[in-house]
Design a protein. Sequence first.
Length: 740
Amino acid sequence: MVELDAVIESVVYHNDETNYTVLTVKAGKTPFSAVGILPNVSKGETISLKGDWVDHPMYGRQLKVVSFDINLPDTADAIERYLTSGIIRGIGPSMAKLIVARFGDETLKIMAETPERLSEVSGIGKKKAQMIAESYAEHSHEREALMFFQKYNISPTLAMRIIREYGEDAQGIVQNNPYRLVEDIEGIGFKTADSIAHSIGISADNPFRVHSGIIYALTEAMGEGNCYLPRQDLLRSAKSLLNCRIELVDSTLDSLLLEHGVKAEILPDEHRGEIVAVYLNSVYSAENRVSNALYTLLQSIPQMAATDPEAQINAFERNEGVVFHSMQRKAIMEAVSNGMSIITGGPGTGKTTIIKCILQLLGPKAEIALAAPTGRAAKRMSEACEHEASTIHRLLEFAGEEEGHFQRDEDNPLDIDTLIIDEMSMVDIFLMNALLKAIRPGTRLIMVGDDDQLPSVGPGNVLHDMLQSGVIPYTKLTEIFRQDDKSMIVYNAHQINLGKAPIVNAKGSDFFFERTETVAEAAQHIISLCTERLPKFLKISPKDIQVLSPTKKGECGVYALNILLQAAINPPSPSKPERVRGDVTFRVHDKVMQTRNNYNLEWEREGPNGWEEGTGVFNGDIGYVNGIDNEDKTVSVIFEDGREVTYGSVDLEDLELAYCISIHKSQGSEFKAVVIPSVGGPPMLLNRNLIYTGVTRAKQLVVLVGKTEYLDQMIHNTRIRKRNSALCWRLQQRKILFNT
């Protein structure tokens, strides 16, 4: 870490929204670049910087600023240079000269303490003096706040979010109750707030602290896929986090329960007999509503869809040239004769053909909707089933105000007879709740998915719990039907699922393993595969090749491979505009991914009936940068479904390079060719579900790169962190109550 004092020579770039700044500064004889989140500064100011030297591929050596301190100018000449920069509204070069001529070294003190005296200067009336004073106060406040927060190890980026959220009250709010940050500011966790509280002198047994620690422990559990924590586990987790007496945590939890800040319920547990399960209110409500709505739909059996389904299935077989297995026939019959059914199975088991047959049996007059959790999955469903499909969010007409707010609900339900949802393993308890609220009793619900894939990123294990409950009719398909003579992708996926090693590198095959000795060597092989070898071999574009990494960090993790792949596939060029956001440089033609649901981003696209407009871009959406306007400070992205979105500086924080993505982020997608590093990592992360999910994303080719021993470890690692969810139990309880 470098610490130095420097004089600002010029402000090369400053973003008013994010405060990302590029400076030319001088500390000694040689000027150099300094980059980071800084307040509005001006030429001639003295600034103390702390940071690390980095080598930028285009701009050379730079100081990446971690923290700073700014010394306001204290001489008449320095103050005039400062004001001449235009940093304060209403003051240009001429006015700066007049103000400093009148007040000299006392100018900034006058502006801060007695700004009405500015009207003593010719050309400044009361209104203008007030405007200058307000601008100077805003500027000073932002500087002070940024320097205040950096004392508590809050990054400048997060500090700017706090300032934007609380405005002039930011410092007061944080000093009074820093734990508010956890709930109010995305990106600030309990530990950061706790560090601030400790620095301020807030005691370890402060009620705000213990309350926040309990909520944080539940939120962390939800982030790991859990709907609840057993009370004893929650107490231990919160005690460990808070490092305080467990009696204090216990009594605070009781208070939270009495105040309805959290919910608790006695549930059966296979190891402990009974437990007290503690929920966040939002999760408790969603889980109960889902179980109630599922059972209501299950009982409201719609009219039989087909008059003679067996004959119609036979006709479909003749027309399509297929012969259904007995389990496939069962799946079709269950779907058209029940109010609700589930079809589950791996790749090649005929799920798509079954959906096509169901669509035919339901008839042309039926009002049918097809949907999937992601845009990619919906597009694939449309193409495979030859029927329009949409994302679940689009189907429910999200309102664009906040997460989970949809226009379609119990008061405005979907006007359809049948709803078919694909990729159900990706649906969490919140999305399932929103979906069921929009379905009228009597609507047929058919759910399709692969229970062996990774569970949803959000809380719950919806598909697995529904299957385990035994309440909802389901068919599990195990026979492989879609299999080209030379294709090993589907076969090997099932081999992996059975705990067996895949067959690799067979002549004429589409499933390969490239062995390398080191992780660095594996990374170079991946670059070569994506840029030269696979495009020639398959006669495809590098855009059609997706690298899927099991990990985010390391030489073959998502972050490192994206930098290498971008440099190889889309190198810098004078003809390609660029936009820098933190450590990431975006340039035209880059492959990018949205990493967070943003319900407010506006988009437009050309549709069959002209241009469409809407809002909402979602976690996992992949697109390409098609324009960068450095004057307007915007980046334009076209997503794969045709939506064009213009990103401002703040929204750009949710965009990442996508030459390499995590296997988790690839769920619901399909790519022509998939390349997966096999170089080791955390055992709890690298399991059979993960590699199975990665392999099943490929349509034409799979290449694994690294060491076979790590692939073997993943295949034989069946340890899956159990998710705390009571949906299965709730469904079974509804059935018992109904039968009594």
